[in-house]
Ligand binder design. Structure first.
Ligand code: HEM
Length: 390
């Protein structure tokens, strides 16, 4: 007997529009499911995903973390697609400015930018949450911290989105991403030079470290891409999920107005229920026995973060948005183990600041039905109209 199997293509448009019933079915089938359409195994339940992510010697990243061979080949060498010792070197280079204490020094600045963004929406009376509210904070603050020359808002969004399409499979979206990514690499190769980087910025720091011989110059473009690619769509997605769920539930909005100390838990709960990155993968470094069956060496195993975060055995009433949920912070949306999101403290700070700005400045909001963004890896809304009730 083999693992249970399922024919669904997790990258099909209909699944992307509403993946939640499919994840529930996969969890019911078992912790490990063979995905026939993708030729991958999938870890579906919370414990299987968390244990797999923590066991980085059995479930390795250096063969790629995408869902097919092309995507994996394309990613290799990035922090997310590396094992020790390269992973330790790359992560060690990029991490210092992203550590919690260093990020916390940015709070007054980020709060002030978030206040301005929310105030501009209040002046309009009604606004489109993704363009007017979710995108501006990461696009301005984070781009400035990274210290890149101005590539233009549209380019930054287009590139980040294409990178996440390619990290799924090479369906029409994955293929359409190829020329966009080639354009991004070309821009970065031509425009990112020490003299074009903002002094004191994260990217400038990386080039200085290479100049002083503290890191191998070969890792510089990988480190800079680590700051660019994962830092936009993920955070934008999470802000969209917060607005959708809080806007669907006026009690939540009032609770946050009455008790702003709930904002950080609300940020985690939005990240749990929305899970901005649906899944990444690993490859097995040896034959693995699980549930009485064997996953062969070299197999690709999808870590379904989004499914794990709706596992009822860990999160009761998992489909409900509950900012008072006591274990909201146990979610796996940032991963776990040595590859756990390097930018999580920054993302959480941005989202928390925006929640505070919005709930303090807007008495209540009404939302329209959102439009789901069609992206292979990112779970997000592309359009969400909001009306402010004063
Ligand atoms: C809500 C926002 C975010 C979410 C949900 C998120 C999610 C994730 C996930 C799931 C991983 C783990 C991948 C794996 O296990 O293979 C990851 C890794 C990573 N993230 Fe994030 N991310 C977010 C924001 C950010 C930001 C703002 C940055 C940068 C400023 C960032 C930089 C990175 C990097 C560099 C890695 C690779 C870490 C490693 O492999 O050691 N992320 N992220």
């Amino acid at each position: 007997m083999n693992f249970p199997s399922d024919p669904i293509d997790l990258y099909d448009d209909d699944v992307i529009l509403n993946p939640w019933p499919h994840y529930a079915r996969l969890r019911d089938l078992g912790p490990v499911v063979w995905m026939e359409a993708l030729g991958n195994y999938a870890f579906t339940q919370y414990d299987a995903v968390r244990n797999g992510l923590r066991d980085h010697e059995t479930y390795i990243s250096s063969l790629g973390a995408a869902a097919d061979e092309y995507g994996c080949t394309h990613q290799r060498g990035n922090t997310v697609a590396s094992d020790q010792p390269r992973h330790t070197e790359l992560r060690g280079a990029i991490l210092p400015p992203l550590l919690r204490d260093n990020v916390e020094t940015l709070r007054p600045h980020i709060q002030s930018v978030a206040d301005d963004i929310a105030a501009a929406c209040v002046r309009k009376g009604s606004f489109e949450a993704i363009t007017d509210l979710a995108q501006p904070l990461p696009l301005t603050v984070v781009r400035d911290l990274i210290g890149l020359p101005d590539f233009g808002r549209e380019n930054m969004l287009k590139w980040a989105s294409a990178a996440f399409d390619m990290q799924g499979i090479q369906n029409a979206r994955g293929q359409a991403a190829r020329p966009v990514i080639a354009q991004m690499k070309d821009f970065i190769a031509k425009e990112v030079r020490p003299e074009t980087l903002k002094l004191g910025s994260w990217s400038h720091r990386i080039t200085e470290m290479a100049a002083r011989g503290e890191i191998d110059p070969e890792i510089v473009p990988f480190a800079i891409r680590d700051y660019i690619n994962p830092s936009l769509d993920t955070t934008i997605s999470a802000i969209g999920h917060f607005i959708f769920h809080a806007g669907s539930n006026p009690d939540t909005w009032q609770k946050l107005r009455d008790d702003p100390s709930l904002a950080l838990n609300a940020a985690h709960e939005a990240i749990r229920i929305g899970t901005p990155i649906r899944s990444f993968s690993r490859h097995t470094s040896e034959n693995v026995e699980l549930e009485g069956h064997q996953i062969p060496k070299g197999a690709r195993v999808m870590m379904l973060y989004a499914s794990a975060n709706r596992d009822e055995s860990v999160f009761s009433q998992a489909d409900q948005f509950d900012i008072g949920r006591r274990n909201a912070r146990r979610h796996l949306a940032f991963g776990a183990g040595i590859h756990m999101c390097a930018g999580m403290h920054l993302a959480l700070l941005e989202i928390e600041c925006l929640i505070l700005s919005m709930t303090q400045q807007m008495a209540e909001i009404k939302i329209d039905k959102p439009t789901v963004a069609m992206n292979n890896s990112i779970c997000a809304f592309s359009k969400l109209n909001v009306r402010i009730l004063i």
